[in-house]
Write a protein of this length. Structure first.
Length: 310
């Protein structure tokens, strides 16, 4: 990640969206560009203009938490944007000051047996675990049935970001594809700030930016958000349309992992989810029977045949 460029573009994008009136300032004078001037941000943050210009050029090294909070207030940042600003400042401090891990979180690709058992105990609700790279690391049977287009995608390989932007089936599966795409990019932006040294994450973002114009133009907006709760409109190939709510829970032992639990928001979605659970249980039972039959057939083929008695 080009850290200086990221800092500069993020601050410019946040500054450009604020009108002088919304900041309690006079809008007098000709304005060639939208938003606040640098001088106005400096006044609102109670710092010198030269200092703010230096910061907006991408230099957050040595900036105190007090000044960061003042900038966040001046730019009217929400919680996710404020956290992103602090993450960028932490990355600017260098590895020696931000810790050996180089990020706020570990970069996990495995899930504990206890967490898997918890997922499997949620028989009536789809639930899965994913990391900050949008890699689904574990899922209960109902989640696999619900997101069967994702898990069956050779392009995605279990990565929801790759599925959304690179697999054409995603536009059929996500009824609200545009909003889903916006959310993924904004969440990835936050993760990139929290994991500045994660090469796999940088590779993922680079792949999406080069292969998907839809991703790259969203990435240029520098929007950031948290993905803690929301709504999904899905079109499932077996049971049709579903309107589901979701809650995202951070795993206490590893803050880079999130458990997503889905629940129906209306009666028709509840019925569709129940139908999907029944269909999936039948499919898995029949699959087990076929596997057992195949195993028995293999055992029979491998058995020694005694010669006939004379």
């Amino acid at each position: 990640m080009d850290l200086r460029g990221e800092i500069s573009e993020f601050l410019r994008s946040r500054r450009s969206r604020i009108t002088p009136e919304s900041a309690g300032l006079s809008a007098g004078g000709n304005r060639r560009v939208p938003g606040l001037r640098r001088e106005e941000v400096a006044v609102l943050a109670a710092i010198s203009v030269d200092w703010y210009v230096r910061i907006e050029r991408g230099n957050l090294s040595g900036v105190s938490d007090e000044v960061l909070h003042a900038l966040a207030d001046a730019l009217q940042l929400d919680d996710a944007e404020r956290q992103h600003l602090f993450d960028l400042a932490r990355a600017s401090a260098g590895p020696g000051r931000r810790g050996a891990a180089g990020s706020r979180f570990a970069t996990t690709t495995t899930v504990s047996a206890g967490l898997i058992a918890m997922l499997e105990s949620m028989t009536g609700m789809p639930a899965w675990v994913r990391n900050h790279r949008f890699e689904v690391l574990a899922a209960n049977p109902l989640a696999r049935a619900l997101y069967s287009p994702l898990f069956g995608s050779e392009i995605a390989q279990g990565n929801n970001a790759l599925f959304t932007f690179l697999d054409p089936l995603a536009r059929e599966f996500f009824v609200d594809w545009e909003r889903n795409a916006d959310d993924i990019v904004a969440v990835l932006r936050g993760y990139a700030g929290a994991h500045p040294d994660d090469r796999e994450l940088s590779t993922l973002i680079g792949q999406l930016a080069t292969q998907s114009p839809e991703f790259s133009h969203r990435w240029a907006a520098h929007d950031v958000k948290h993905h803690r709760t929301g709504r999904k409109l899905l079109h499932h190939p077996i049971v049709g349309d579903l309107e589901l709510g979701f809650e995202a829970l951070t795993v206490p032992a590893d803050a880079s992992l999130h458990v997503f639990v889905y629940h129906p928001l209306d009666a028709s979605s509840r019925e569709a989810l129940q139908l999907l659970a029944s269909w999936d249980a039948t499919e898995r039972a029949e699959g087990d029977e076929r596997a057992e039959d195949s195993e028995r057939a293999g055992d029979a083929d491998g058995a020694e045949v005694s010669p006939p008695a004379r």
